[in-house]
Design a protein around this ligand. Structure first.
Ligand SMILES: *Cc1c(COP(=O)(O)O)cnc(C)c1O
Length: 415
């Protein structure tokens, strides 16, 4: 993920982009919606919504093996989604693009197949302290069933991964490093390129949880040289129910399948079964066909945008919101990494985040409160929850003004 430095370029046309997202024009509790919960899920452009209607109205059929026209059309569109993902990630081949339900299922797939077959008792899995539960729990389950060791790289007070500690923890026993690209709770961007290089030098493979990064910067898995990369469609302006595991072909080839059933086999007899080729070996059962087509619609939509402009706009929103936040009495920012994506996590002295969330909602402002599926790192700050505003490229400076006005009102009521 690279964030390019601003040069002389036309401003990002946020007003025009907002026209593409119908939900942004709704009212909540009698107020215009200010949607600042993008780290939980993003809103969908009209093109994605239309793709779902079009699929069910004109294309619906089960895919693969169908001889009839509709089945072939649906197959072509679904597999077209895979090619769109390949291009988006700059993967070498569609064989390396596995469709899953989302990031969570992608990480579990690696834990249940790659790690279960390749790691032995005593082998170490290294994760970061600020990981999402989806990148913690599968490794605990592996530890408990297989005797692998789970080690955690701490973050500093700013929420940055302690790279010196990372290098110290890396050893010949480290077989897998599983690390978030961007923290959903703190916004910190991890230096994944250095992490991959160091891990590879130590002989470890690397899985990157990209759930929070794909919507906020360019990702190139070939340049990164990571072994696995996971993300969810719904955090990338696509539908829920579809996500991706990218994996290097030679690793996927060597991994046993996970779920068994239709589509993942070539032949089945009662004595034995033969597995299908990549990527279908890991896609048992009827997949989320509409989801794959919707994800392609989201990627096609993003390709029409000035994505670099969108990233710069988000960074400007983050800088503006951070500056405003620092002026709010009693407000403490949680996550102040130098390299940050558009997440503003905070607590306010003496106020419960949930009360803030409810009072903001009554003013049309949607933020998230609670542990953000990252209980361990909040514990590090002595907290059980924060309030979190998270931005997408369709948010505006005016919305941030609304948010701070609503926050001031909430603080007044709760004081
Ligand atoms: C949302 C998120 C996940 C889980 O994604 P799902 O879509 O719920 O599977 C994992 N990691 C991070 C960093 C996330 O933000």
């Amino acid at each position: 993920m690279t964030i390019q430095t601003p040069t002389l370029v036309p401003a990002f046309d946020v007003a025009k982009v907002r026209e593409d997202f119908p939900i942004l024009h709704t009212q909540i509790n009698g107020k215009p919606l200010v949607y600042l919960d993008n780290a939980a899920t993003t809103q969908k452009p009209r093109a994605v919504i239309d793709s779902q209607v079009r699929y069910y109205e004109t294309l619906n059929a089960n895919i693969h093996r169908g001889v009839h026209t509709l089945s072939q059309r649906a197959t072509d569109e679904f597999e077209g989604g895979r090619e769109a993902v390949r291009q988006f990630l700059n993967a070498g081949s569609t064989r390396e693009v596995i469709f899953t339900r989302g990031t969570t299922e992608a990480i579990n797939l690696v834990a249940q197949t790659y790690a279960r077959s390749m790691l032995k008792a005593g082998d170490e899995v290294l994760i970061g302290e600020a990981e999402h539960h989806a990148n913690i729990v599968p490794w605990q389950m592996l530890r408990d069933s297989h005797g692998t060791v789970l080690k955690v790289v701490p973050v500093n007070d700013a929420g940055e991964l302690d790279m010196a500690a990372f290098e110290q923890l890396l050893s010949p026993r480290t077989k897998l490093v599983a690390i978030g690209h961007v923290s959903n709770a703190l916004g910190s961007i991890n230096p994944v390129a250095s992490i991959v290089a160091l891990a590879h030098a130590a002989g470890a493979k690397v899985l990157i949880d990209g759930a929070q990064s794909v919507a906020h910067g360019h990702v190139d898995v070939t340049a990164l040289d990571c072994d696995f990369y996971a993300f969810s469609g719904h955090k990338l302006f696509g539908p829920t129910g579809i996500g991706v595991l990218y994996g290097k072909a030679e690793l996927l080839e060597a991994m046993p399948p996970w779920q068994g059933g239709g589509d993942m086999i070539r032949t089945v007899s009662f004595e034995r079964s033969e597995w299908n080729d990549l990527p279908w070996k890991f896609e048992a059962g009827t997949p989320d066909i509409a989801g794959g087509i919707g994800l392609k619609a989201a990627l096609d939509y993003l390709a029409t945008l000035d994505f670099d402009g969108a990233i710069r706009h988000e960074q400007a929103l983050l800088a503006y919101a951070t500056e405003r936040a620092l002026k709010v009495p009693g407000l403490r920012l949680i996550g102040t990494a130098r390299e940050k994506a558009a997440v503003l996590s905070f607590v306010i002295n003496g106020l419960h985040p949930q009360d803030l969330g409810v009072l903001l909602d009554s003013q049309g402002v949607a933020i998230r409160t609670g542990h953000h599926c990252a209980m361990p790192v909040l514990g590090r700050y002595g907290l059980s929850g924060t309030a979190r505003a998270s931005f997408a490229f369709y948010n505006t400076h005016e919305e941030i003004d609304h948010f701070f006005a609503a926050l001031a009102k909430a603080c007044e009521i709760l004081a």
